[in-house]
Design a protein around this ligand. Sequence first.
Ligand code: IFM
Length: 513
Amino acid sequence: MPDTPFPRAVITRRTLLTAAGAGAVAAALAACTADAPPVPTPTAAPSPTPWSPPSEPMRFPTGFTWGAATSAFQVEGSLAADGRTPSVWDTFAARAGTIRDGSTGEPAADQYRRYEEDADLMASLGLGAYRFSISWSRVVPTSTGTIDSRGVDHYRRVIDALAGRGIRPAITLFHWDLPQWVQDAGGWIRRETADLFAEYATACFEAFGDVDADWMTLNEPKTHAYVGHWYGAHAPGLRSSDVAAAAVHHQLLAHGRAVERFRLSGAAGRIGIALNLIPVYPTDPAQPEAAVRVDARENRLFLDPVLLGTYPDDAVGGEAGQLPADPVTFTGLQKSGDLETIAAPLDFLAVQYYGVTGVNPGGRETQVAPTSAAPWQQVLPEGLYDLLTRLAADYPAIPLLITENGIPDRSPAVTVDDPERLEFFRTHFQQAARAISDGVPLEGYYAWSLLDNFEWAEGYTQRWGIVAVDFETQERMPKRSAGFYADVIAANAVPPAKHTSWIGSINPRAVAG
Ligand code: IFM
């Protein structure tokens, strides 16, 4: 693997070993802070080493998986159907002022009822895989722990609909919609929630263990912990960095317990975890210390325990860039054997990549790349290459899947004209192909999202789908980016440059041949 040339100052394990101050953990704590999510301020961009895509299409390996992703609460609707009980997101969305447009998870994209139509849509795009999540509240609706066969039967029908069209399922067990009954018992602040999750996961493995699927235990435990338990901008709307730290550890413990149950169950398929990861660039490479700590908080706090069986010692504490929880309390949550459980061997790592961040010497997040319509998203395709090569170097020997990547439309209005997304995909596919050609074991890519859907605190004001949804009529309309994606899938290759004339005109055999 060659040294990653771009961006020169990105944080890697090598940076960590050399950075002055890395490894220091403040004894002081900043418990129970209620901060707003960081809003980057513009600064000079990192200076990239130029990389020019080749003038020929870049091909992907035979067997590369092309898919699209959604999650239960964001697309299903039918929130009261078949015995489902509320999740923390039902409760949170019902509170005034939590969701930008005052909306709820009803009707979302009505996929609970329209999964057959959506499977047809996937087949028409040539998707080889569909990533969806199971709603815990449908499978285990109450604190009695009884499995509701109506929930199980629904997901069996979804899996059958996919199988009938040759589409492989990628199943997430937990995508933030914790049952309210679990939250009422304490949620992720409680260690016992890991046991409840293991029971729920076991029920799913028993019900669908015959299915050749890629299972993901958790979706983005970082966002659920930080935005839901520290910033309070997501469900369950808590505002405590110590609670967020507990949510980190107990989610990871739940992950490990579920992986152990998966192995015991003998279920077919593979299992991993979906982590949202972000390259961190110090704006002053001569002073990288705060950026090293942000890298610990954003990336290594999740990667290291899961893949190496250790927590980094610079992620939690009172120094700039750290999760400002009490490190002593955080360490106290960790019982003997927890890290062995959390590091239970995985079959793949699911990587969710949306962009990059800069960090100044004071630890403030800064803007180093253009933002999308989501102000938190700094778009830099080369960051994907940088992330993938860093993962392959620092956490070798684990296959990688990109299980989310995408941008929202510029406007909340329904549109199928999305040139920005099309260009986003083209440039990110190129960086994925570049990483593969440099030896990264990347096996698949899932676009976020198949459908416009309920974008959490943004409600229906941000449309992330490659297929537009009219939420009044539930009509599905593939966007231009979906056509582009279908052509890439058919060719198993990404075209070299501006592509508008390429769309729909590619001869797959000519490119692949
Ligand atoms: O919509 C979300 C998804 O649920 C988790 N990852 C990020 C996406 C875009 O914000």
